[in-house]
Design a protein around this ligand. Structure first.
Ligand code: BES
Ligand code: MN
Ligand code: ZN
Length: 478
């Protein structure tokens, strides 16, 4: 972990990030004459491009910004520049970066630092031999007086929480099953100060969570249902906000078995929604935001073991409705449905679920954003979309028309768990909506939750998508 901090003046000759819209040599960044000469020439000749270079062991980077651009695009460019600089610093075993910003936009300094801090993440739990490649970057210091210490503290908290979510997603199912996931949430609750209650299989049977139990039927590991609650004394909301995360610790597809290559081999990521909810709770509690939030994570693996639910089975869900289960690979909605029904007892202001739910979402928009839909008020959905832009986990909102519910009707049960060949992400969302009686929003993160190659500060593997989004959203409501 690299820590972001504030300082009025720079002292050391740390590695350097300069953010500017106009290269000026008169600002003293403790550059040598040669370095100034080099940069003067560079910015004279080239078309004002950003640069990262190594000057005799010191990384010097200049982020050239075009202030006419939208701020969320500039912020994102800065995050990427922060990542490029952090990578260069780590490559030469550097430990400190100082950030100077000659523009009046404080957010650019935050973004560049955030990008560097997020880029510093590594998943080396199972590779102790990789000591040599361990990142060395420790501190990122923003120099200057016009910064908000609270924002810095929030950045450190969300970076840490995002990395916690990435860790959980990157752990394979032989290390992290449903019980381990629930235990991890318990630990996070203790650390950050929120309540965690874990239901075991006995309790889940008592509650008749038929959807969760049906997916778990082919597994030897027991399911869990985790309830997290953060309730500060001065919460702004009277009715709680509820977050629900899909916690499929591994998705083989069940009897509707997935092919291995490029499909099943990534499916340890299928609890990324659950990880995002746990990590968001962690960040919200650690930052003591004034919001009452409840997090629910139903968890199990999806396997084709002996009693595995078979295509054609009719399942009675916790709410008493029935589902003709025609494809065991559409398992996420089965476990989320019970959690959405469970959430009714809180009479929430709204509930948002987050899930690696459909390949259709990936087919539609790839890994660049989150497929979203729902029926919450415009006030909330606008705020959530604004947060998506702020943290660059953008929401692509799909229609949520009732027409799509028709596609989920079954002749012999209340619903089927698959729709037709089209609009697969929306039919999944409409299926879920049936289990709610409160304002509801759905986030399908099948694309961005897990990536097979590094994408700047989004590490290869689990990305922690959703954590920064939820934090920014609830911070705006607190
Ligand atoms: N976990 C998968 C969705 C997924 C796909 C996540 C790619 C991450 C990357 C989900 O459980 C699934 O298998 N969905 C099926 C639903 C279908 C059978 C209706 C799908 O999208 O193919
Ligand atoms: Mn599946
Ligand atoms: Zn799945």
């Amino acid at each position: 972990m690299a820590t972001i901090q504030l300082q009025k003046n720079s002292k050391s000759k740390s590695h350097l990030i300069i953010i500017t819209d106009k290269w000026k040599t008169h600002i003293d960044y403790a550059l040598t004459k040669e370095e100034v000469g080099y940069l003067d020439a560079y910015f004279k000749d080239s078309d004002k491009k950003s640069i990262v270079f190594n000057s005799c062991g010191r990384v010097i980077s200049v982020m050239m910004v075009d202030l006419k651009k939208e701020i969320h695009l500039l912020d994102e460019a800065c995050r990427k520049h922060g990542c490029a600089t952090a990578d260069a610093v780590n490559a030469i075993k550097g430990t400190d970066i100082a950030v100077f910003n000659s523009t009046k936009k404080a957010s650019l300094s935050y973004a560049v630092s955030e990008g560097a801090a997020l880029a510093n993440y590594q998943f080396l739990h199972h590779k102790p031999s990789a000591k040599k490649t361990q990142n060395s970057l420790k501190t990122i210091t923003i120099i200057g007086g016009n910064y908000n210490p609270k924002t810095i503290s929030h950045l450190n908290i969300t970076t840490e929480a995002t990395c916690k979510a990435r860790d959980l997603v990157n752990e394979p199912v032989n290390i992290l099953n449903a019980t381990d996931l629930a235990d991890a949430f318990h630990k996070m609750g203790k650390e950050a100060g929120f309540k965690v209650e874990i239901y075991n299989k006995k309790k889940i049977v008592e509650l008749k969570m038929g959807g969760l139990l049906s997916v778990n039927a082919g597994s030897v590991d027991e399911p869990t249902f985790t309830i997290m609650e953060y309730k500060p004394k001065k919460a702004k909301n009277k009715k709680p906000f509820v977050l629900i995360g899909k916690g499929v610790t591994y998705d083989t597809g069940g009897l509707s078995l997935k092919p291995t290559a490029n499909s099943m081999d990534m499916m340890k990521c299928d609890m990324a929604g659950g990880a995002a909810v746990g990590a968001a709770m962690y960040a919200i509690a650690k930052a003591k935001l004034n919001v009452h939030v409840i997090g629910l994570v139903p968890a199990t693996d999806n396997r084709p073991g002996f009693n595995a639910f078979a295509p054609g089975d009719i399942i009675t869900m916790m709410d008493g409705s029935t589902v003709e289960m025609l494809n065991s690979d559409a398992e996420g909605r089965m476990i989320l449905a019970d959690a959405l029904h469970f959430a009714k007892r809180y009479k929430p202001e709204f509930a948002i679920d987050i899930a690696t739910l459909t390949g259709a979402a990936v087919a539609a928009i790839g890994t660049s954003g989150i497929v979203s839909m729902g029926n919450i008020s415009k006030k909330y959905s606008d705020k959530l979309k604004a947060s998506g832009n702020n943290v660059f986990e953008r929401l692509a909102e799909f229609p949520f028309w009732d027409d799509y519910s028709e596609l989920m009707k079954s002749d012999i049960a209340d619903q089927k768990n698959i729709g037709g060949p089209y609009a697969g992400s929306i039919t999944a969302g409409k299926f879920l909506e049936k289990f709610t009686d409160y304002p509801y929003y759905h986030l399908d993160i099948a694309g961005p939750a897990f990536i097979t190659a590094k994408d700047s500060y989004r590490a290869k593997g689990g990305t922690g998508t959703g954590v920064r989004l939820f934090f920014d959203f609830f911070n705006s409501l607190s």
